[in-house]
Design a protein around this ligand. Structure first.
Ligand SMILES: [Mg+2]
Length: 449
């Protein structure tokens, strides 16, 4: 390393001074002081959009900072409670830091704090070493990521098909339609007393798939979602009814062994295995699972699904989702990516997706929101262009917030306001709060550390 005076010109020694960060043009930055880099703060801003986007910023003692995002519709506190665990640590120590936080990550939105911090650490590390985040976890298998959009259902098959047609006209080549039982709930004889489709109801549901196939063609991949909670037997009936449409996948059909509201974090892989073995419609799940060992491994080891569908803002972001997808690939299981957040989380997913061998497509829930891409600078615009997102080659995540636009869309709270309420430990596994009464070597009660 060069002397302290030299690196001060590149990374100014300021406390949380985001403005001090300067972009570096490639190459190893010999003027920085990576070994002395320390995390000084974590703050957040909550953006109101189709879902709320809890975006976090991790600051350092050298001005360089990292952005991350908790899962859509989650809360920034999921990350902020971890602030005292990372203060003073070197953000380049990505895996030791993440290991120490792993017990604080859970399924659904509770994977979001760990995931947001993973992104911010990769953003910082990429900026310091002048490499894109994807380079920190692997090699690039593709230069752009194929995107699919979730498309809301309509009772009218023609209107529904028209919505998919618009996607096709916008350049998309991969499609997904919601196919809930409520689409046919008003038709006589379509729904039984369990609230699931009868054989007649399934025929009606097939009319929607047929209408969509008529407009997007038979060559294009077409996935389906939002069936509601089906039993294993009902899910088999549904999946078999759709076999003739050669679906890309049927998503989250069974919500057994669920963890709380939402029911989309299944823990019982056996139900999925029964479904998968009873149909040739590819079966996918995983958007609310965290971690390989904690969430995905039994589904993969037991070949209980055809496709994993992690949301990296729950599953562990860049490093852990890459690990999960590589493990799945080793077992012949492909990866599709669920995503419904801001461009910050989106680009983090893009970096990760670039490094996967078996990557089908990644979701985007915000293509109908005109200002979504304006939230950031950095990526080429429009971010989703003709159905693809270009993988950035700029350092870190390659994305910075557009402060003016973000401020127009704050749900509540400020723009990266100070967070002293999170300075001390709120959650931990074991920690003495201070001096405590105990017996010393002579058996005398003392109050000391
Ligand atoms: Mg879904």
């Amino acid at each position: 390393m060069a002397g302290a005076g030299a690196f001060a010109g590149i990374f100014k020694m300021t406390e949380g001074g985001a403005q001090a960060q300067q972009k570096k043009q490639g190459g190893f930055n010999r003027n920085s002081a990576p070994s002395q880099l320390k995390i000084t703060d974590m703050r957040s801003v909550l953006v109101a959009s189709n879902y709320d986007y809890p975006i976090i910023r991790i600051d350092t003692n050298q001005g360089v900072y990292g952005l991350g995002e908790v899962r859509d519709a989650g809360r920034e506190g999921t990350a902020l409670v971890l602030k005292p665990h990372i203060l003073g640590r070197n953000p380049l120590q990505i895996e030791p830091i993440l290991d120490s936080l792993r017990n604080f990550a859970g399924q659904q939105r509770l994977g979001g704090g760990y995931s947001a911090i993973d992104m911010a650490l990769h953003d910082i590390t990429g900026k310091v070493f002048g490499v894109p985040a994807w380079r920190l976890v692997g090699s690039k298998y593709r230069d752009r990521i194929r995107i699919y959009c979730d498309t809301d259902q309509s009772q009218d098959p023609k209107i529904f098909a028209e919505r998919l047609k618009k996607r096709k006209e916008a350049g998309f080549t991969y499609f997904k339609m919601d196919l809930g039982t409520r689409l046919v709930a008003n038709r006589p004889g379509a729904v039984n007393n369990r609230g699931t489709a009868t054989e007649k109801g399934l025929q009606y549901l097939c009319e929607y798939v047929q209408a969509v196939r008529d407009v997007i063609g038979w060559e294009a991949p077409l996935a389906t979602d939002h069936f509601g909670a089906l039993t294993v037997n009902d899910s088999i009936r549904y999946a078999r009814a759709f076999e003739r449409y050669d679906l890309a996948w049927a998503e989250d059909m069974i919500q057994v062994g669920h963890l709380g509201p939402g029911g989309d974090a299944p823990k019982d892989w056996r139900g999925y295995k029964e479904l998968k073995e009873a149909t040739v419609t590819p079966i996918a799940t995983g958007e609310s699972l965290f971690g390989l060992e904690e969430g995905f491994q039994p589904f993969i080891d037991n070949r209980a699904i055809d496709i994993i569908h992690p949301d990296p803002l729950t599953s562990g972001a860049i490093r852990e989702t890459k690990r999960i997808a590589d493990y799945a690939s080793m077992h012949g299981i492909q990866t599709a990516i669920h995503f419904a957040g801001s461009p910050v989380g989106c680009l983090a997913c893009v970096h990760m997706a670039a490094t996967l061998k078996d990557m089908l497509a990644m979701e985007n829930h915000a293509v109908d929101i005109p200002w979504w891409g304006d939230l950031v600078t950095g990526p080429s615009k429009p971010i989703v262009n003709q159905g693809y997102i270009t993988v950035p080659d700029t350092p870190g995540l390659g994305v910075e917030l557009n402060e003016a636009v973000v401020k127009e869309h704050i749900r509540k709270g400020g723009y990266f306001d100070p967070t002293p309420q999170y300075d001390d430990y709120i959650l931990d596994r074991f920690r003495q709060g201070g001096p405590y009464p105990h017996l010393d070597e002579n058996g005398k009660l003392v109050v000391a550390r």
